[in-house]
Design a protein around this ligand. Structure first.
Ligand code: DLL
Length: 435
């Protein structure tokens, strides 16, 4: 099938893609070994030299890189080119203490745009489309990524960013947006807003490109029905570039990974052993074309399954399932990466016993997060500082740590159930992962 814009690389025979990956991997390993002391030290520790890496078959010899490594190396430790060659940074939605800063050369931005352009084309996009981007712009990769892809396809791009639903709906109707790019929860909210205003017949949307957080098939059906569109999943992470690492085609049967830029592996999260195709495990990516911030064997902590079963769309690139869960305790709440340990840090800093419960829910397509926190006996007995004052202070500290608003409820000492084993501190009522 000839599409509006279709780099041949997406339909190349698998053997050729693997050959290309091998060649690019060899070059990339040399690049990081020569330019990043962190990689050189890690490889020396593992007893691997660049000349030991001849291609894909040697990938498993390289050590893994984890989010903790990124944190330890913040900000410049993994930079593989002079800073003056970089033109952009982006950063993860996680906040203080967990922030990861990724650097891009112009070449890196171009390849990222290319990946996002492919996702837009896979959703039926052409230069005649009006692409309405309401992922956040700024440090978050969603807005800039899809914006770049949309330009590359030649769509008329509406850089809406998130929020201000009134304006979103107005532009959508006045300017005839045909492709909507945002998080699935915002899409569901926009769908409601459009229908509440009786504007369903006035919108021209035909497709949506939704990702950055887990969403269910049920959500997909609801959004498709309420907006009269086809909804496509898109996956990515800041560390690897941003959205567009993989994306769905018209078959909606898994996301094609842009294999000319990223090598995907599935490993056992406990042992690190590489698992065969079709196994469920942790996704690991190696960037083979990026210049500034090329991560090798980066452990995403996202659980998924890979398949090379042919796809009737004609693309030969390997597909991944939606993330089926996480191998750590990260949650995406209101589009922001949240770790329970961040909450613990705040509680400990403020003198609370770290006995708390986190309840995450989705009400009217919007995430809510409530933190129930036990007071110490001392706090409970001494009400010079009232409970309301304490709650207000904790709300502010948690907001500054997490970057999102949370509800705080202080409860009496020893009122949160103790568990025999590992404490169950997080109750996620959203059930977003389908297992
Ligand atoms: O969320 C990049 C992105 C923007 C992807 C726009 C798609 C669309 P981060 O903020 O670094 O980057 O968060 C990355 O979000 O490891 C997953 O756990 C989760 N995630 C991303 N896409 C999906 C998806 C962006 N389609 C983390 N389904 C990843 C489920 C997703 N989870």
């Amino acid at each position: 099938m000839k599409r509006y814009y279709q780099p041949e690389i997406e339909t190349m025979p698998v053997e050729e893609i693997k050959k290309l990956q091998s060649e690019r991997l060899v070059k990339q390993v040399r690049h990081v070994y020569d330019n990043v002391p962190f990689y050189r030290a890690r490889m020396e520790e593992a007893g691997v030299k660049p000349e030991d890496i001849h291609g894909l078959e040697d990938l498993h010899k390289l050590p893994f890189v984890t989010k903790d490594d990124l944190r330890d190396q913040y900000p410049y430790g993994l930079l593989a080119v002079p800073l003056s060659d970089c033109v952009r940074i982006q950063s993860t939605s996680g906040t203080t203490g967990r922030r990861v800063v990724a650097f891009y050369t112009q070449h890196d931005i171009d390849l990222w745009d290319e990946c996002c352009a492919r996702a837009i084309v896979a959703a039926g996009g052409t230069k005649d489309d009006v692409c309405h981007v309401c992922y956040g712009y700024g440090l978050f990769t969603g807005g800039p990524g899809l914006n770049g892809g949309s330009h590359k396809v030649g769509c008329l791009t509406l850089p809406m960013s998130s929020g201000n639903t009134e304006r979103q709906v107005q532009f959508m109707t006045d300017l005839g947006s045909t492709i909507l790019c945002c998080t699935p929860s915002y899409a569901a909210y926009l769908a409601e807003s459009v229908n509440e205003r009786g504007l369903r017949d006035k919108i021209k949307l035909k497709a949506g490109i939704f990702g950055a957080e887990a969403w269910t098939e049920e959500m997909r059906r609801d959004i498709e029905k309420n907006l009269g569109i086809k909804a496509y999943d898109i996956y990515g992470l800041t560390e690897i570039s941003g959205p567009g690492v993989s994306f769905e085609c018209e078959e909606q049967g898994g996301m094609h990974i842009n294999e000319d830029h990223f090598i995907a592996e599935i490993i056992d999260p406990k042992t690190g052993e590489v698992l065969p195709e079709g196994s469920r495990g942790e996704l690991v990516f190696t960037c083979i074309t990026k210049e500034a911030f090329p991560l090798l064997r980066y452990r995403t902590r996202d659980i998924a399954i890979l398949t090379r079963k042919p796809c009737s769309c004609g693309r030969t690139h390997i597909r991944m399932t939606k993330p089926l869960g996480r191998s750590d305790d990260m949650m995406v709440v209101k589009g922001v990466n949240v770790f329970p340990s961040q909450i613990e840090t705040v509680l400990i800093n403020e003198g609370y016993p770290a006995n708390y419960e986190l309840v995450v829910d989705r009400v009217n397509n919007s995430d809510t997060i409530e933190v129930k926190v036990e007071m110490s006996q001392d706090m409970f007995d001494n009400l010079e500082v009232t409970i309301a004052q304490r709650e207000k202070k904790l709300v502010a500290s948690l907001k500054s740590m997490l970057g999102i608003g949370v509800d705080v409820k202080l409860v009496a000492p020893k009122s949160i159930a103790r568990s025999e084993g590992k404490a169950v501190r997080v109750i996620d009522k959203r059930n977003l992962y389908q297992n």
